[in-house]
Design a binder for this molecule. Structure first.
Ligand code: COA
Length: 177
């Protein structure tokens, strides 16, 4: 069943298990449901179906691998590959699975893939200026704000700026000679 049930207090104390894998067309309904669970303006199933089939798009999912929801999609990252640039198109972790390192792992994997397999020189992304969890994560991984689109997002609470962030592919993500 999706979405996974929030953990009970005893389950929350357990070490949870998950793994990353490339996404596939069969993941689209679960990924769209995940997007609806976390975003005010989620991508539709049609949009994700287009992404999973697009040559310039790559995606990975985090899949639960423990008794809380074995096999269920609990996180997703989508990368647009436009060498010499790449862009994090979406990143989401189900609320019941946040703060367990899944978002960081998905983002690091997409970054590494962009910078080693897709020959990107820089990775870009766009984020709501009031999204503190995401901003903490992006800054921790070396993204720096390079632009601002004023009032870009329409939310239930009014308009919110979009920040454009940029992260050069450093030596960490260059393929070894
Ligand atoms: C942003 C998001 C993907 C992070 O995923 P996550 O799996 O919870 O993140 P992680 O557990 O890997 O945390 C990595 C780092 O992110 C930051 N972070 C994550 N959640 C945070 C929070 N609630 N408050 C502050 N910092 C937070 C921290 O720096 C954290 O490192 P730490 O745990 O060592 O302090 C998740 O909160 C999410 O899906 N949010 C809703 C969708 C969204 O906003 N996506 C990004 C759109 S641009």
């Amino acid at each position: 069943m999706w979405p996974p049930k929030p953990p009970s207090p005893s389950e929350a104390r357990q070490v949870t298990a998950w793994r990353l894998r490339p996404w596939q067309p069969a993941d689209v309904p679960a990924v769209a449901a995940l997007s609806r669970a976390v975003f005010d303006m989620p991508w539709s199933e049609t949009h994700f179906a287009h992404e999973v089939a697009a040559d310039d798009s790559r995606g990975w999912v985090a899949v639960a691998a423990d008794t809380r929801g074995s096999g269920q999609v609990v996180g997703v990252v989508v990368l647009w590959v436009l060498p010499p640039e790449a862009e994090i198109a979406t990143l989401a972790v189900h609320p019941a699975w946040q703060r367990q390192g899944i978002g960081r792992a998905l983002l690091e994997h997409a970054l590494a893939w962009a910078c080693t397999r897709a020959d990107a020189r820089v990775v870009l992304l766009e984020v709501r200026a009031d999204n503190q969890p995401a901003l903490h994560l992006y800054r921790a991984l070396g993204f720096v704000e390079v632009g601002r689109r004023r009032g870009y997002y329409t939310t239930r609470h009014g308009r919110v700026d979009a920040l454009i962030m940029r992260r050069p592919c450093g030596p960490l993500w260059r393929p070894s000679p």
